[in-house]
Structure formats: C-alpha cells, structure tokens
Write a protein that binds this ligand. Structure first.
Ligand code: CA
Length: 427
C-alpha cells in the first residue's frame, strides 16, 4: 500500500501481518441479516449515534471546502460505522511476520508468471512509459503486482465508509478527515462514481493502492482518455507508478542492486542498510556476487542489507533501491518489488536460504528484548515492542561488545542470552 507507513508502522526487514492489501482477496460484503417481523432491530449504539452525527456535521466542513452537496450526499449515503475497521485500527500485531514468509506470498511462482503475462499484455503502452520516465517496465509491473495482484484485488471496503469510520473518532481521526475530503474532491475532479470506489480498510484505493490525497497529487493519465482512472485503467496505473518512482529519484539506466555473499569474518554491523561504500571497498572487504565472483565495477556507491541476519541472504543496494523505499518504507516491500521485477524479466530470484527455523518474537518477547538491552546499558529507545532502527542499532552494539556477529537481528537465542546476562548480573 502506498504510504502504508501512515497507518501501520512497518519495521524494516519485517512485514507486519497487516501489510499488503494485495495479499488480501476481496470478500463479498456480508448480506444484511433478515429480521423476522416481530423482532425489533437492535438499538443504535452510542458509537453509531456519534458516527451519524459526524456524517451530518462533516457535510458542512466538506461544503465549505468546495464539495458539492450532491457529491457529499451520494458518496456518504448508506454508509455506517464499520466495526471491522474500528477493530483493525486498534489491532497490535502479536507476531511480526518474518520477511521470508511475506516474500513467499508476495513473490510466489504464480505472481511471477502472472507478472510476465501482465507485462506482455501491456506491451502497447509500457515501452513509451518506460522511455518517458526512465523506470524499467518490470519494476512498474512488479509494483502493480505487489499492490493489487495486477489490478485484481482492489480492496473489499467502501472507501467513504472506511474513511468516515477512521474520521469520526479515534487516533486516525485527522488522517480520516483529510483523506475523506481528498476522496470527495477526487470524485468531483475525475468524475468517478463514489459507489464504484473499493478500498482497503485504511482507505488505499485503485490498482496502486494510493491514498486519495496521493492519487489527487500524483496520478497521471496513461491511456490518454483525459481521465486519471486508477480503478479501471492499467495504463493509468503503470504510468502513475512510473511518474511517482521517477519523481522519487529513480536513476534511468541504473539497477536497484543484487544479492551478494559476505565472508564469515565480515564486520556485519556495516551491513545495516546505511553504511555507504564504493564497490571497490566492498570488494576489498571480501563481498562477492551470489556466484562468488568479484562485484562488477560500478561508479555508484552502495549499502548492504541483511534483512534476516548473518545467516540469511545479503543484498547490495544502490540509490534506486532507496527510491522504492521512498515509495513504501519497508525493506520487505522494496525487496519484494525488486526481486519480483528481476524474475518477471527472466533473471533469477534469491539464491541463499532464509533462516526459516527462526521463530518470530511475540509482543511480550520484543518488550523483554528492549528491556534487557536497556538494563545492560544499550539504549534501544522507547520500550514499545517494535523492533525498529534504534533497537537493531542497540542489538548490534551489544553483539559487537560480546564478540558476536553484529547483524542486529533479533532471535529467540539472542533474547535468551540477554535474559541470562540480566539475571546473572542481578539487574
Ligand atoms: Ca486514463
């Protein structure tokens, strides 16, 4: 989902279970329950009353912002507070899905084959989009595939119901209100039918799962019919992805990077996705291609990612990988796009094995890990159960201080070691 980070924070290297509306198959809306004549409908809850009041009051806000009464009334008719969304907003993931599990579904054999077929079916427009924006066609098709399975999975919620449910109260209220106004503007500007705008629970829409505000700002007309229709037009979706990736800084003619092998004695703390070195320097440190050959010459400097620690695959990444991260700030997402693109184009996928035996830490275990790091004098930041950049940096410092491979990857074994040390020191 474009700008998914505004809804659910995503730890780099790990994908939340909630990530990727593309992975969710749209479900038909439940049929209304038929009450028998003698049964009275349940009375509205206080939340339902609050919601109805919001829809009424927000009409004034929308009209003051230039929304026509008919637009508002059509879009907001027949919607109600969606209890499923209210629950999803408050959901805290108990387990964070391991990156290999996310990639298994995001870059499945079926997804690759469908991507090759999708690329072939769009050959009428892809060459011109590619030459205009300088972004390779397989990257565009891969983004399209990850976001909505090539336009197949647009979400199962009513956009206006989803945004109004987020908007009427709760922590996403400001976000919901501002996106609701954008959605209403979108209906007017692009002459869209508000009853034909399916969305994810978080309000992402169209074949690229953009938020309405992003759609308004960045979507382009790829098929030249004068309308930016990311719901029905694949060329509009592909051109919009190209425009976005290009404006995020994609360098024409450059790749994203490739899988590498690291030597056993490698200083793993430099494989943090941030330490930038020249190809010559990485070569001198013993970094090799997945085939074991020296890294091919390249004038551009690169970083290395170890998304599953020292025992998993390593990736050398250039600036274009960071561009995909700007598109959606999760290493798992960017790797899915880039490795799917490679395979759609007939190049090979990830060679090294993922450490599939590692179990994801539970929320309580992630809290224990952070607490133990803090007690041992390695500041992990807020004790919030989220393994983010700060926690990985603290873990690397701890690992380095104890002579371990400093990959910053949280495992059950590492947690056990930390807890033993805390206990032995009486902390
Ligand atoms: Ca169009």
């Amino acid at each position: 989902m474009r700008h998914g980070r505004t809804i659910v924070g995503i730890a780099a290297g790990m994908a939340l279970l909630a990530v990727g509306p593309a992975l969710a198959t749209p479900k038909p809306r439940p049929k209304p329950h038929h009450h028998h004549r003698h049964e009275a409908p349940p009375p509205p809850s206080p939340e339902d009353l609050e919601f109805a009041a919001f829809v009424k009051v927000f009409r004034g806000t929308a009209l003051a912002a230039g929304i026509l009464p008919s637009t508002y009334d059509t879009a907001m008719s027949g919607i109600s507070r969606n209890t499923k969304i209210a629950a999803l907003t408050q959901a805290q993931p108990e387990f964070v899905r391991p990156i290999w599990s996310y990639l298994d579904s995001a870059v499945s054999a079926r997804r690759i084959a469908d991507g090759q077929a999708a690329l072939a079916s769009q050959l009428g427009v892809l060459p011109s989009i590619e030459s205009k924006y300088g972004v390779p066609r397989e990257i565009l098709v891969a983004i399209w595939g990850i976001e909505t399975d090539y336009g197949q999975a647009l979400g199962s919620f009513n956009l206006f119901e989803a945004l109004a449910t987020l908007a009427y109260s709760g922590p996403r209220s400001d976000f919901g209100r501002s996106e609701l106004l954008s959605a209403l503007r979108l209906v007017q500007q692009e002459n869209l039918d508000p009853k034909q705008m399916p969305a994810s629970w978080a309000g992402a829409i169209g074949q690229l799962q953009m938020l309405p505000s992003t759609y308004l700002k960045s979507a382009v007309d790829g098929d030249g019919d004068g309308k930016r229709d990311l719901f029905h037009s694949a060329p509009d979706a592909l051109a919009s992805a190209a425009a976005e990736v290009s404006s995020d800084g994609w360098q024409r003619g450059h790749g994203w990077g490739y899988e590498v092998r690291l030597p056993a004695n490698f200083a793993f703390e430099t494989a943090d996705g941030e330490t930038l070195k020249s190809i010559g320097d990485w070569n001198a440190l013993g970094v090799r291609t997945a085939d074991g050959t020296p890294l091919p010459a390249n004038a551009e400097s690169a970083v290395i990612y170890l998304p599953a620690g020292a025992s998993g695959p390593a990736f050398l990444a250039f600036g274009n990988f960071k561009v995909i991260l700007k598109y959606n700030n999760a290493v798992s997402y960017a790797l899915a796009v880039c490795t799917l693109a490679d395979q759609i184009a007939g190049r090979r996928g990830v060679v090294a094995a993922w450490p599939r035996e590692e179990q994801p830490l539970s929320h309580d275990e992630r809290i224990s890990l952070q607490t133990a790091l803090l007690k041992l004098g390695f500041s992990p930041g807020a004790i919030d159960g989220v393994i983010g950049r700060g926690v990985r940096a603290a873990l690397r410092s701890y690992q380095k201080a104890r002579g371990l491979a400093a990959d910053g990857f949280a495992t059950e074994a590492l947690l056990a070691r930390l807890l033993t040390e805390v206990k032995d020191k009486g902390l």
